[in-house]
Write a protein that binds this ligand. Structure first.
Ligand SMILES: *Cc1c(COP(=O)(O)O)cnc(C)c1O
Length: 402
Protein backbone atom coordinates (compact mmCIF):
# COMPACT_ATOMS: atom_id res chain seq x y z
CA UNK A 1 0.00 0.00 0.00
CA UNK A 2 1.31 3.38 -1.02
CA UNK A 3 0.30 6.19 1.22
CA UNK A 4 1.27 9.19 -0.94
CA UNK A 5 -0.30 12.37 0.43
CA UNK A 6 -3.43 10.61 1.63
CA UNK A 7 -2.02 9.62 5.00
CA UNK A 8 0.51 12.34 5.74
CA UNK A 9 -1.18 14.33 8.48
CA UNK A 10 1.04 17.38 8.08
CA UNK A 11 -0.56 17.79 4.63
CA UNK A 12 -4.03 16.26 4.99
CA UNK A 13 -5.03 18.22 8.07
CA UNK A 14 -4.51 21.48 6.18
CA UNK A 15 -7.15 20.45 3.62
CA UNK A 16 -10.61 21.95 3.73
CA UNK A 17 -13.48 19.64 4.79
CA UNK A 18 -14.71 18.83 1.27
CA UNK A 19 -11.22 17.69 0.28
CA UNK A 20 -10.79 15.64 3.46
CA UNK A 21 -14.10 13.91 2.76
CA UNK A 22 -12.97 12.77 -0.70
CA UNK A 23 -9.25 12.12 -0.24
CA UNK A 24 -8.56 11.83 3.48
CA UNK A 25 -7.08 8.50 4.49
CA UNK A 26 -6.74 7.15 0.95
CA UNK A 27 -3.97 4.56 0.58
CA UNK A 28 -3.38 3.00 -2.83
CA UNK A 29 -2.34 -0.54 -3.59
CA UNK A 30 0.23 -1.43 -6.26
CA UNK A 31 -2.57 -1.20 -8.87
CA UNK A 32 -3.07 2.53 -8.37
CA UNK A 33 -6.87 2.28 -8.11
CA UNK A 34 -8.63 5.67 -7.85
CA UNK A 35 -11.52 4.41 -5.71
CA UNK A 36 -10.32 2.87 -2.43
CA UNK A 37 -9.84 -0.90 -2.50
CA UNK A 38 -12.04 -3.23 -0.49
CA UNK A 39 -9.89 -5.70 1.45
CA UNK A 40 -12.24 -8.52 2.38
CA UNK A 41 -9.76 -10.56 4.35
CA UNK A 42 -9.78 -11.81 7.90
CA UNK A 43 -6.07 -12.66 8.09
CA UNK A 44 -2.65 -11.80 6.66
CA UNK A 45 0.21 -14.04 5.50
CA UNK A 46 3.86 -13.53 6.46
CA UNK A 47 6.97 -14.11 4.35
CA UNK A 48 8.60 -16.11 7.15
CA UNK A 49 8.00 -17.22 10.73
CA UNK A 50 10.37 -14.54 11.98
CA UNK A 51 8.19 -11.84 10.38
CA UNK A 52 5.10 -13.24 12.11
CA UNK A 53 6.91 -13.20 15.45
CA UNK A 54 8.23 -9.68 14.86
CA UNK A 55 4.78 -8.40 13.96
CA UNK A 56 3.23 -9.91 17.08
CA UNK A 57 6.04 -8.41 19.14
CA UNK A 58 5.21 -5.01 17.65
CA UNK A 59 8.69 -4.78 16.14
CA UNK A 60 7.54 -4.89 12.53
CA UNK A 61 4.89 -2.63 10.97
CA UNK A 62 2.07 -4.63 9.40
CA UNK A 63 -1.25 -6.28 9.95
CA UNK A 64 -1.97 -9.51 11.78
CA UNK A 65 -5.74 -10.07 11.94
CA UNK A 66 -8.77 -8.06 10.84
CA UNK A 67 -10.22 -7.80 14.34
CA UNK A 68 -7.19 -5.59 14.97
CA UNK A 69 -6.27 -4.03 11.61
CA UNK A 70 -7.64 -3.87 8.06
CA UNK A 71 -6.51 -1.52 5.28
CA UNK A 72 -10.05 -0.51 4.19
CA UNK A 73 -11.19 0.05 7.77
CA UNK A 74 -8.10 2.14 8.53
CA UNK A 75 -8.75 4.37 5.51
CA UNK A 76 -12.24 5.11 6.84
CA UNK A 77 -10.92 5.78 10.36
CA UNK A 78 -8.34 8.25 9.11
CA UNK A 79 -10.98 10.02 7.00
CA UNK A 80 -13.38 10.39 9.95
CA UNK A 81 -10.56 11.58 12.25
CA UNK A 82 -9.62 14.27 9.72
CA UNK A 83 -13.21 15.47 9.34
CA UNK A 84 -13.59 15.57 13.12
CA UNK A 85 -10.30 17.35 13.70
CA UNK A 86 -9.39 14.51 16.08
CA UNK A 87 -6.00 12.88 16.57
CA UNK A 88 -7.44 9.40 16.12
CA UNK A 89 -10.57 7.42 15.32
CA UNK A 90 -11.62 3.81 15.77
CA UNK A 91 -14.61 2.49 13.86
CA UNK A 92 -17.10 -0.03 15.30
CA UNK A 93 -19.66 -2.50 14.01
CA UNK A 94 -22.61 -0.27 14.99
CA UNK A 95 -23.33 2.98 16.76
CA UNK A 96 -24.34 1.08 19.90
CA UNK A 97 -21.09 -0.91 19.80
CA UNK A 98 -19.32 2.48 19.78
CA UNK A 99 -21.38 3.82 22.73
CA UNK A 100 -20.92 0.64 24.77
CA UNK A 101 -17.18 0.48 24.11
CA UNK A 102 -16.52 4.16 24.79
CA UNK A 103 -18.17 3.86 28.22
CA UNK A 104 -17.01 0.40 29.34
CA UNK A 105 -13.41 1.02 28.25
CA UNK A 106 -12.99 3.81 30.78
CA UNK A 107 -15.41 3.10 33.64
CA UNK A 108 -15.16 0.63 36.49
CA UNK A 109 -17.05 -0.33 39.63
CA UNK A 110 -17.38 2.64 41.97
CA UNK A 111 -17.25 5.26 39.20
CA UNK A 112 -20.10 7.64 38.42
CA UNK A 113 -21.46 8.95 35.11
CA UNK A 114 -23.75 11.90 34.41
CA UNK A 115 -25.86 11.43 31.29
CA UNK A 116 -28.37 13.46 29.29
CA UNK A 117 -31.98 12.55 29.99
CA UNK A 118 -33.16 12.90 26.39
CA UNK A 119 -31.24 10.27 24.45
CA UNK A 120 -31.48 7.42 21.99
CA UNK A 121 -33.41 4.56 23.67
CA UNK A 122 -30.47 2.14 23.76
CA UNK A 123 -28.14 4.84 25.14
CA UNK A 124 -30.61 5.23 28.02
CA UNK A 125 -30.50 1.45 28.48
CA UNK A 126 -26.72 1.70 28.90
CA UNK A 127 -26.97 4.44 31.54
CA UNK A 128 -30.03 3.07 33.33
CA UNK A 129 -29.53 -0.71 33.16
CA UNK A 130 -26.12 -1.91 31.96
CA UNK A 131 -23.73 0.36 33.86
CA UNK A 132 -25.49 0.02 37.26
CA UNK A 133 -25.32 -3.76 36.83
CA UNK A 134 -21.52 -3.43 37.13
CA UNK A 135 -21.63 -1.06 40.09
CA UNK A 136 -21.18 2.09 37.99
CA UNK A 137 -23.57 4.72 39.34
CA UNK A 138 -25.37 6.97 36.85
CA UNK A 139 -27.40 10.16 37.14
CA UNK A 140 -29.48 11.45 34.23
CA UNK A 141 -30.10 15.18 34.05
CA UNK A 142 -31.91 17.70 31.88
CA UNK A 143 -28.91 18.32 29.63
CA UNK A 144 -30.32 21.63 28.39
CA UNK A 145 -29.21 23.10 31.72
CA UNK A 146 -25.41 23.09 32.30
CA UNK A 147 -26.03 23.72 36.01
CA UNK A 148 -27.77 20.31 36.18
CA UNK A 149 -24.44 18.64 35.24
CA UNK A 150 -22.63 20.67 37.90
CA UNK A 151 -25.22 19.76 40.55
CA UNK A 152 -24.90 16.05 39.73
CA UNK A 153 -21.10 15.90 39.97
CA UNK A 154 -19.64 13.70 42.73
CA UNK A 155 -15.99 13.09 43.66
CA UNK A 156 -16.15 9.79 41.72
CA UNK A 157 -17.71 11.26 38.55
CA UNK A 158 -15.61 10.17 35.58
CA UNK A 159 -17.76 10.78 32.48
CA UNK A 160 -20.37 13.16 31.07
CA UNK A 161 -22.33 11.46 28.25
CA UNK A 162 -24.95 13.21 26.11
CA UNK A 163 -26.29 13.88 22.61
CA UNK A 164 -26.91 17.24 20.97
CA UNK A 165 -29.34 17.66 19.35
CA UNK A 166 -30.95 14.80 21.27
CA UNK A 167 -33.06 12.00 19.86
CA UNK A 168 -35.99 12.67 19.42
CA UNK A 169 -36.82 15.80 21.43
CA UNK A 170 -34.19 17.95 19.68
CA UNK A 171 -32.94 19.30 23.03
CA UNK A 172 -29.68 21.21 22.53
CA UNK A 173 -26.79 21.02 25.00
CA UNK A 174 -24.49 24.02 25.54
CA UNK A 175 -21.28 22.25 24.54
CA UNK A 176 -18.85 24.88 25.79
CA UNK A 177 -20.54 25.35 29.18
CA UNK A 178 -20.81 21.61 29.90
CA UNK A 179 -17.32 20.78 28.61
CA UNK A 180 -15.85 23.58 30.77
CA UNK A 181 -17.47 22.08 33.87
CA UNK A 182 -16.00 18.68 32.98
CA UNK A 183 -12.53 20.00 32.10
CA UNK A 184 -12.12 21.82 35.42
CA UNK A 185 -12.84 18.57 37.27
CA UNK A 186 -10.92 16.07 35.15
CA UNK A 187 -14.15 14.51 33.88
CA UNK A 188 -14.17 13.05 30.34
CA UNK A 189 -16.90 14.43 28.08
CA UNK A 190 -18.32 11.95 25.54
CA UNK A 191 -20.65 13.49 22.94
CA UNK A 192 -22.89 11.33 20.75
CA UNK A 193 -22.73 13.50 17.61
CA UNK A 194 -24.81 11.27 15.31
CA UNK A 195 -27.43 13.87 14.40
CA UNK A 196 -25.08 16.65 13.32
CA UNK A 197 -21.95 14.73 12.20
CA UNK A 198 -18.63 16.59 11.88
CA UNK A 199 -20.02 18.26 8.76
CA UNK A 200 -22.27 20.46 10.94
CA UNK A 201 -20.85 20.33 14.47
CA UNK A 202 -17.41 19.50 15.87
CA UNK A 203 -17.80 19.13 19.65
CA UNK A 204 -14.02 19.06 20.20
CA UNK A 205 -13.89 22.72 19.12
CA UNK A 206 -15.98 23.43 22.24
CA UNK A 207 -13.81 21.31 24.54
CA UNK A 208 -15.28 17.80 24.23
CA UNK A 209 -12.76 14.99 24.79
CA UNK A 210 -14.43 12.22 22.83
CA UNK A 211 -17.08 12.05 20.10
CA UNK A 212 -18.99 8.89 19.33
CA UNK A 213 -21.04 8.10 16.25
CA UNK A 214 -23.67 5.95 14.75
CA UNK A 215 -22.20 6.07 11.22
CA UNK A 216 -25.32 4.17 10.17
CA UNK A 217 -27.07 7.52 9.98
CA UNK A 218 -25.81 10.52 7.98
CA UNK A 219 -22.31 9.12 7.35
CA UNK A 220 -23.58 6.21 5.28
CA UNK A 221 -26.54 8.41 4.45
CA UNK A 222 -28.33 6.03 2.16
CA UNK A 223 -29.75 3.50 4.60
CA UNK A 224 -27.42 0.63 3.62
CA UNK A 225 -25.11 -0.46 6.42
CA UNK A 226 -24.68 -0.28 10.19
CA UNK A 227 -21.48 1.29 11.49
CA UNK A 228 -20.10 3.29 14.41
CA UNK A 229 -17.02 5.30 15.34
CA UNK A 230 -15.22 6.87 18.30
CA UNK A 231 -12.85 9.85 17.96
CA UNK A 232 -10.44 11.18 20.57
CA UNK A 233 -6.82 11.84 21.36
CA UNK A 234 -4.29 9.28 20.18
CA UNK A 235 -3.63 8.48 23.83
CA UNK A 236 -7.33 7.81 24.55
CA UNK A 237 -7.86 5.69 21.43
CA UNK A 238 -4.62 3.70 21.72
CA UNK A 239 -4.41 3.25 25.48
CA UNK A 240 -8.01 3.34 26.74
CA UNK A 241 -10.30 2.29 23.88
CA UNK A 242 -8.13 -0.15 21.92
CA UNK A 243 -7.28 -2.56 24.75
CA UNK A 244 -11.05 -2.96 25.23
CA UNK A 245 -12.08 -3.27 21.57
CA UNK A 246 -9.16 -5.43 20.39
CA UNK A 247 -10.13 -8.04 22.95
CA UNK A 248 -13.91 -7.76 22.86
CA UNK A 249 -14.25 -7.45 19.06
CA UNK A 250 -16.94 -4.90 18.07
CA UNK A 251 -14.99 -4.55 14.81
CA UNK A 252 -16.47 -2.97 11.68
CA UNK A 253 -16.54 -5.19 8.61
CA UNK A 254 -14.34 -3.97 5.73
CA UNK A 255 -17.35 -4.05 3.40
CA UNK A 256 -19.36 -1.74 5.66
CA UNK A 257 -16.30 0.48 6.13
CA UNK A 258 -16.01 0.83 2.36
CA UNK A 259 -19.69 1.75 1.99
CA UNK A 260 -19.43 4.39 4.73
CA UNK A 261 -16.24 5.76 3.16
CA UNK A 262 -18.13 6.28 -0.10
CA UNK A 263 -20.94 7.88 1.91
CA UNK A 264 -18.52 10.39 3.45
CA UNK A 265 -17.59 11.65 -0.02
CA UNK A 266 -21.08 13.17 -0.34
CA UNK A 267 -21.80 13.84 3.37
CA UNK A 268 -21.34 17.59 3.17
CA UNK A 269 -23.54 17.97 0.07
CA UNK A 270 -26.26 15.70 1.43
CA UNK A 271 -26.46 17.09 4.94
CA UNK A 272 -26.60 20.69 3.76
CA UNK A 273 -29.34 19.98 1.22
CA UNK A 274 -31.26 17.81 3.67
CA UNK A 275 -30.96 20.56 6.32
CA UNK A 276 -32.38 23.07 3.83
CA UNK A 277 -35.21 20.70 2.90
CA UNK A 278 -35.95 19.96 6.57
CA UNK A 279 -36.24 23.66 7.36
CA UNK A 280 -38.69 24.13 4.47
CA UNK A 281 -40.83 21.23 5.68
CA UNK A 282 -40.64 22.36 9.33
CA UNK A 283 -41.70 25.88 8.33
CA UNK A 284 -44.72 24.45 6.51
CA UNK A 285 -45.64 22.27 9.51
CA UNK A 286 -45.37 25.14 11.97
CA UNK A 287 -48.64 26.56 10.73
CA UNK A 288 -50.40 23.18 10.73
CA UNK A 289 -49.56 21.27 13.92
CA UNK A 290 -49.54 22.44 17.56
CA UNK A 291 -45.75 22.14 18.04
CA UNK A 292 -42.68 21.71 15.85
CA UNK A 293 -39.38 20.94 17.62
CA UNK A 294 -36.67 22.08 15.22
CA UNK A 295 -33.57 23.87 16.55
CA UNK A 296 -33.07 25.97 13.44
CA UNK A 297 -36.62 27.41 13.56
CA UNK A 298 -36.62 30.75 15.41
CA UNK A 299 -39.50 29.38 17.56
CA UNK A 300 -37.20 26.75 19.16
CA UNK A 301 -36.34 27.87 22.71
CA UNK A 302 -32.65 27.06 22.11
CA UNK A 303 -32.48 28.49 18.59
CA UNK A 304 -29.60 30.91 19.33
CA UNK A 305 -27.49 28.19 20.94
CA UNK A 306 -28.14 25.76 18.07
CA UNK A 307 -27.13 28.38 15.49
CA UNK A 308 -23.98 29.20 17.47
CA UNK A 309 -22.87 25.54 17.66
CA UNK A 310 -24.06 24.08 14.36
CA UNK A 311 -23.46 25.08 10.73
CA UNK A 312 -27.02 23.95 9.80
CA UNK A 313 -29.90 22.21 11.53
CA UNK A 314 -29.59 18.72 10.04
CA UNK A 315 -32.32 16.56 8.48
CA UNK A 316 -34.13 15.54 11.68
CA UNK A 317 -36.82 17.24 13.72
CA UNK A 318 -39.96 16.35 15.65
CA UNK A 319 -43.54 17.54 15.87
CA UNK A 320 -46.40 17.02 18.28
CA UNK A 321 -50.10 16.54 17.71
CA UNK A 322 -52.71 16.85 20.47
CA UNK A 323 -54.63 13.66 19.60
CA UNK A 324 -52.09 11.28 21.18
CA UNK A 325 -51.05 7.94 19.73
CA UNK A 326 -54.27 7.47 17.72
CA UNK A 327 -53.83 10.71 15.78
CA UNK A 328 -50.07 10.21 15.37
CA UNK A 329 -50.61 6.71 13.96
CA UNK A 330 -53.44 7.97 11.71
CA UNK A 331 -51.08 10.56 10.25
CA UNK A 332 -48.40 7.91 9.60
CA UNK A 333 -50.92 5.54 8.03
CA UNK A 334 -52.07 8.24 5.59
CA UNK A 335 -48.55 8.91 4.22
CA UNK A 336 -48.11 8.04 0.55
CA UNK A 337 -44.52 9.13 -0.18
CA UNK A 338 -42.75 9.35 3.19
CA UNK A 339 -41.95 5.92 4.62
CA UNK A 340 -42.94 4.83 8.10
CA UNK A 341 -39.46 3.94 9.34
CA UNK A 342 -37.50 4.39 12.55
CA UNK A 343 -34.20 4.92 10.71
CA UNK A 344 -32.71 8.40 10.25
CA UNK A 345 -29.99 9.97 8.12
CA UNK A 346 -31.31 8.30 4.97
CA UNK A 347 -31.67 10.14 1.66
CA UNK A 348 -35.35 9.11 1.84
CA UNK A 349 -37.84 10.98 3.99
CA UNK A 350 -38.86 8.80 6.94
CA UNK A 351 -41.24 9.28 9.84
CA UNK A 352 -41.74 7.41 13.08
CA UNK A 353 -43.69 7.50 16.33
CA UNK A 354 -40.91 7.30 18.98
CA UNK A 355 -43.18 6.26 21.89
CA UNK A 356 -44.19 3.05 20.08
CA UNK A 357 -40.87 2.36 18.28
CA UNK A 358 -37.41 3.76 19.13
CA UNK A 359 -38.37 4.58 22.72
CA UNK A 360 -40.95 1.82 23.32
CA UNK A 361 -38.49 0.04 25.65
CA UNK A 362 -38.22 3.15 27.84
CA UNK A 363 -40.85 3.09 30.62
CA UNK A 364 -43.73 5.49 30.01
CA UNK A 365 -42.96 7.70 33.01
CA UNK A 366 -39.32 7.99 31.89
CA UNK A 367 -40.51 8.88 28.40
CA UNK A 368 -42.67 11.63 29.86
CA UNK A 369 -39.68 12.92 31.84
CA UNK A 370 -37.61 12.92 28.62
CA UNK A 371 -40.33 14.94 26.88
CA UNK A 372 -41.53 12.16 24.56
CA UNK A 373 -45.30 12.29 24.50
CA UNK A 374 -47.78 9.97 22.81
CA UNK A 375 -48.43 12.66 20.16
CA UNK A 376 -44.78 13.08 19.15
CA UNK A 377 -43.57 12.14 15.66
CA UNK A 378 -39.98 12.31 14.43
CA UNK A 379 -39.10 13.11 10.83
CA UNK A 380 -35.99 12.57 8.77
CA UNK A 381 -36.18 14.74 5.66
CA UNK A 382 -34.38 13.28 2.67
CA UNK A 383 -33.22 14.48 -0.70
CA UNK A 384 -36.58 14.30 -2.50
CA UNK A 385 -38.03 17.57 -3.78
CA UNK A 386 -39.23 19.15 -0.50
CA UNK A 387 -42.47 20.25 -2.15
CA UNK A 388 -43.42 16.60 -2.75
CA UNK A 389 -42.71 15.87 0.93
CA UNK A 390 -44.82 18.89 1.96
CA UNK A 391 -47.67 17.78 -0.36
CA UNK A 392 -47.59 14.30 1.19
CA UNK A 393 -47.69 15.71 4.73
CA UNK A 394 -50.44 18.12 3.72
CA UNK A 395 -52.77 15.32 2.63
CA UNK A 396 -51.80 13.03 5.54
CA UNK A 397 -52.46 15.82 8.08
CA UNK A 398 -55.89 16.38 6.55
CA UNK A 399 -56.63 12.65 6.72
CA UNK A 400 -55.67 12.69 10.42
CA UNK A 401 -58.00 15.63 11.06
CA UNK A 402 -55.36 18.38 11.11
C1 LIG B 1 -28.98 5.38 15.83
C2 LIG B 1 -28.35 6.03 16.99
C3 LIG B 1 -27.53 5.29 17.84
C4 LIG B 1 -27.27 3.81 17.64
O1 LIG B 1 -26.61 3.53 16.44
P1 LIG B 1 -26.72 2.12 15.66
O2 LIG B 1 -25.83 2.31 14.49
O3 LIG B 1 -28.16 1.95 15.31
O4 LIG B 1 -26.26 1.07 16.60
C5 LIG B 1 -26.95 5.95 18.90
N1 LIG B 1 -27.17 7.27 19.13
C6 LIG B 1 -27.97 8.01 18.33
C7 LIG B 1 -28.17 9.45 18.63
C8 LIG B 1 -28.58 7.42 17.23
O5 LIG B 1 -29.38 8.15 16.45
Amino acid sequence: MKRKTGQDRSITQTWRPATKAIRGGTARSEYGETSEALFLTSGYAYDCAGDAAARFAGEQVGMTYSRLQNPTVEMLEERIALLEGAEACRSMATGMAAMTAVLLCQLQTGDHLVGGRAAFGSCRWLTDTLLPRFGIATTVVDARDPQAFLDAVRPETKVFFFETPANPTMDVVDLKAVCDIARERGITTVVDNAFATPALQRPMEFGADVTAYSATKMMDGQGRVLAGAVCGTKDFIDNTLLPFTRNTGPTLSPFNAWVVMKGLETLDLRIRRQSENALKVATFLEGRVPRVLCPFLPSHPQHDLAVAQMDAGGPIFALEVDGGRAQAHALLDALALIDISNNIGDSRSLMTHPASTTHASVAEEKRREMGIGEGMLRLNIGLEDPQDVIDDLDQALAAAGL
